[in-house]
Write a protein that binds this ligand. Structure first.
Ligand code: GAR
Length: 294
């Protein structure tokens, strides 16, 4: 059980101990404070007292837990934990008091290990406005398929003929109300059927500073090999809209990293992955937010 909690909350053993201690102390503190507050009233212990006690404890719990979390160094964890609970309890968009917002359904296209797909899935796991509704993959056995299964996200394995010469799997996308497509290590070109159905709604991440090192055959390690071979002192990532030409659409975001003397394609790939994981989900969120506002 503790192992599962460590994985779920992405914490080490010591932090898990501190988190459980915070839960315990915070719980006791709000119980104690609830009783003290009720003592100030002249209420006899009975049904009404009990109901008020439950309400008080529920209201005081977040406050007490946050208070205790400060000296135990767990404030950041509990702040986001409470925000998550709050979001879950708030009325869904469009219902009593909730602001009606469009729920964007994303399909993530990936054919590799899927580390970017995983970051995106985790980032939007608690989102009220964005749902990762589908993973699309063209490689049987690709790591991303396991990631999707673990997250409970449906996936489809696509084949070339139908993708390029057929309907581009548009019926499957439409059936799941997909309104935005994210390419995360997907190496096939987007067919016209999808480009027409999703204008300015398909984004891609490229592991270099486009327009350099883009185009057909420029993916993954080949990009990093080319950067190192050229002697460039910096590389980076590019997030861009997708059009009919490889790595050509309008650039949305770029960020850089140093290429050190001793870097190999593998070490550079690691640096690039760090940049990608830190930026891609947030950039997707901001593109969707802007498009939904306009
Ligand atoms: C990423 O580095 C991405 O930029 C690259 O494939 C990798 C996929 O890694 N994409 C391209 O090269 C596209 N031209 P991941 O499967 O671990 O997310």
């Amino acid at each position: 059980m503790f192992q599962k909690l460590k994985q779920r909350w992405k914490v080490n053993g010591l932090n898990l101990l501190l988190i459980i201690t915070t839960f315990a102390l915070g719980g006791s503190l709000c119980g104690y404070a609830g009783r003290k507050i009720l003592l100030l009233t002249s209420l006899e212990k009975g049904f009404l007292w009990f109901i008020l006690y439950i309400i008080l404890v529920t209201l005081l719990w977040p406050l007490c837990v946050l208070l205790i979390s400060i000296p135990l160094g767990q404030f950041t964890f509990f702040r986001s934990y409470i925000i998550k609970i709050w979001k879950k309890m708030s009325p869904p968009a469009g219902q009593a008091g909730g602001r009606k917002e469009h729920l964007t359904h994303i399909a993530v296209f990936a054919s590799g290990a899927g580390s970017n797909a995983e970051q995106i899935i985790n980032y939007f796991a608690t989102s009220q406005n964005v749902k990762i509704a589908l993973v699309v993959c063209n490689k049987p056995g690709a790591g991303v398929l396991q990631i999707a299964a673990k997250a409970g996200i449906p996936s489809i394995l696509i084949e070339k003929e139908r993708f390029f010469k057929g309907d581009g799997y548009l019926p499957e996308l439409k059936q799941l109300n997909i309104d935005f497509i994210v390419l995360a290590g997907f190496l096939w070109k987007m067919p016209a059927s999808l480009l027409n159905a999703y204008p300015k709604k398909i984004v891609n991440i490229h592991p270099a500073l486009l327009p350099k090192y883009g185009g057909k055959g420029m993916y993954g390690q080949f990009v990093h090999q080319a950067v190192i071979a050229s002697g460039d002192k910096e590389s980076g990532i590019t997030i861009h809209f997708v059009d009919e030409v490889y790595d050509n659409g309008e650039i949305i975001f770029q960020t850089k990293c140093e290429v050190a003397e001793h870097d190999t394609p593998e070490t550079l790939a690691q640096k690039i992955h760090v940049l990608e994981h830190a930026s891609y989900p947030a950039v997707i969120a901001s593109v969707i937010q802007k498009q939904n506002r306009s």
